[in-house]
Structures are given as structure tokens and as C-alpha cells.
Design a protein around this ligand. Structure first.
Ligand code: OGA
Ligand code: ZN
Length: 331
């Protein structure tokens, strides 16, 4: 069978890196569980996991049925929506440099959001709705959600020892929006309901190539590298990152393993997109050696957190680490 392609490469943003393709595998194929077990990404095709969303969740249907509650909408002056943690802002007058949030968060009703999308013109702020599904959604959305293929999802959760489902984030994006490269501390089944998104993933072992902000920075878990204009003087190893990519289409579910970096872009000139993810806590971790790469990331995070705890000041963390390492562990 020959798959029809509904997009072309001119709709993809251009970066300095080259990427391998993430495998696309039919949901009945046991290779999917092998990849999940190995903490490797895979696009699950042909499944009914989010079939009801794929069949129904156009922006117009969501406008009619999402409910009248306010939803969280981010606005940005650029195409990038770099996430930040509000709770880490006040403490973080890092080296006297004030943190300027790159996006603004507001509450908006779905009708108002869709009106702004329809009337949007270049020069306006871009918008991105990101709202966990909750009990304020209308009855048709509840019905669609109830008819997700929970059996398939729950089987994967049990088989791979994931913790509980923590949330399903609904993402409604304008074309061309980018979620810059970051990692999450959760397992993710990322379901694409409407439109096309390009997802670029990097393994946890690329930690050194992607230069995450310090853990106490509002941009914790985000790469400091601007993919549009990488600063190779500050981030010389960026070019060594070993990424893989895919373009997810309606009905696809991409497995994003815990601690894997991901950059996600709605295709340019592709219209709005709708995604719904499934975030699960990681399983209980037993430390058996050799440690897995994502466990090393977790340990690094804890060391950073402990040092901040005892030193009390983010400015002191770097100098202490440097004095510990220089001449003793360097070389
Ligand atoms: C995620 C994520 C961003 C996006 O699901 O973890 O980062 O733009 N999504 O879809
Ligand atoms: Zn994410």
C-alpha cells in the first residue's frame, strides 16, 4: 500500500542538523513493545487509540463542544513558545540578570481563541492553546474521550511498568508554531488528531550536546540552544546531537520516552493543528548497573538540586562545581 503524503518538505523549518527517521509501525506489530521496552521512540500507526479525536476534533468541532470555561492560551511575539516554570522566577535573579518571560499566559474561552485565529494576520502575536482535559469539557468531548482505545493504552502502561496517567494535554496550535527542544520527566503517548506536526527527538545521552538550563532556572528542562541560530561558540557540541524525526499525521500516536528531548513544530502553511497527549509517571526505578542514560540525567538533576539546597544561592553552584572538578576530575 502506498501512503499518500499531505505535506511537503518546504513546510518544514530548516535547521543545521540532519535527522534519521523514527520508525512508523502498525499497532498490531510486536516490534512496538520491543521499542517501548528499549526506551526508543516509535510512531504507532493504524490504531484506534485516539480514533474518535481523529474523526471529530476539528478546530470547529472543538469550538462548539469544548465548553465555556476559560482555557490556557500562550501568546508569543515569535513562532517559538519556550516553556517556563512561573514558580522558579522570583528566586532566579540569576547573576543579576532579570528573567523576561518569552510568552504570556492567559485564560480565554474557546470561541474567543478561534475568532483570534481566524482573524490573525502577520505581525499579530501568535497563539497556542494548551489545556489539560478536565471535567469542564462538553458531553460530546467526554464521549469521544471515553471511546479512546483505553485497552491498548492500559496494556502498554502495565506491560512497561509505567506509573499512573497524570493528564491528557490538549494542544491547539496555529500553523508554524514551535515548541522548542526540551525533555519531560514523564512517559508520553503523543496523539495527533488534526493537521500535521514535525517532531524531532534526541536521546537522553545528547544531554551534553543540548545544554539544558540549570534546574533552578525558569527554563529548567529546556535546551539553551536556539535551533534557528545556534551559537557554536557557547554550544560547540550542538552539531554532534543525534536527532531523529517524523511528521505525525491524524490518527498517529508517537511514543516520546521519558527524558527524551523533543522539539515539535506545526507545519508552516498547514493550517491549525490539534494534538492530545497521555502523560504517565515513570515506573519505579531500580538502579541496576550500568545505569541507563536517562537515569544519569535524573542523578545530575538531583546533584544540582542538592547543591542549590545547601548553598542557598544559584550563583554559588557553578563556582563550587568548577572548583571541585578543575585539576581533579578535568582531563
Ligand atoms: C509534549 C509536548 C508540545 C507540542 O507533549 O510533551 O512538548 O507543541 N508538546 O505539541
Ligand atoms: Zn514535552
Amino acid at each position: 500500500m502506498c501512503e499518500e503524503k499531505h505535506w511537503n518538505s518546504s513546510q518544514l523549518r530548516r535547521y543545521d542538523l540532519q535527522f534519521e527517521q523514527i520508525p512508523r509501525i502498525h499497532y498490531t506489530d510486536p516490534k512496538i513493545d520491543e521499542l517501548i521496552s528499549a526506551n526508543k521512540p516509535v510512531v504507532i500507526t493504524g490504531s484506534n487509540i485516539i480514533k474518535t479525536a481523529r474523526d471529530h476534533w476539528t478546530p470547529e468541532y472543538l469550538e462548539q463542544n469544548l465548553g465555556v470555561a476559560g482555557h490556557t492560551v500562550f501568546s508569543s511575539k515569535t513562532h517559538k513558545f519556550k516553556y517556563f516554570d512561573d514558580s522558579k522566577i522570583s528566586k532566579n535573579n540569576l547573576n543579576g540578570i532579570e528573567f523576561i518571560p518569552p510568552t504570556r499566559k492567559c485564560k480565554m474561552r474557546m470561541g474567543e481563541f478561534m475568532k483570534k485565529l481566524r482573524e490573525w494576520k502577520p505581525g499579530n502575536d501568535r497563539l497556542y492553546l494548551q489545556q489539560p482535559l478536565n471535567n469542564t469539557v462538553g458531553p460530546l468531548i467526554v464521549e469521544d474521550f471515553a471511546h479512546f482505545d483505553w485497552e491498548y493504552v492500559n496494556k502498554r502502561q502495565a506491560k512497561h511498568n509505567w506509573g499512573p496517567l497524570t493528564s491528557n494535554l490538549l494542544l491547539i496550535s496555529q500553523e508554524g508554531n514551535v515548541t522548542p527542544c526540551h525533555y519531560d520527566e514523564q512517559q508520553n503517548f503523543f496523539g495527533q488528531a488534526y493537521g500535521y506536526k514535525r517532531c524531532i527527538l534526541f536521546p537522553p545521552s545528547d544531554f551534553e550536546c543540548l545544554y539544558p538550563h540549570p534546574v533552578f532556572h525558569p527554563h529548567d528542562r529546556q535546551s539553551m540552544v536556539d535551533f534557528d541560530r545556534p551559537d557554536y561558540v557557547k554550544f560547540p557540541k550542538f552539531g554532534n546531537a543525534k536527532g531523529c524525526e517524523t511528521v505525525v499525521e491524524p490518527g498517529d500516536v508517537l511514543y516520546i520516552p521519558i527524558y527524551w528531548w523533543h522539539h515539535i513544530e506545526s507545519l508552516m502553511r498547514g493550517g491549525p493543528t490539534v494534538s492530545v497527549n497521555f502523560w504517565f509517571k515513570g515506573g519505579p526505578t531500580s538502579l541496576s548497573y550500568p545505569l541507563k542514560d536517562h537515569q544519569k540525567v535524573s542523578i545530575t538533576r538531583n546533584v544540582e538540586k542538592m547543591l542549590l539546597e545547601v548553598l542557598q544561592d544559584p550563583k554559588e553552584v557553578g563556582p563550587l562545581l568548577r572548583s571541585m572538578v578543575m585539576g581533579r576530575y578535568s582531563e
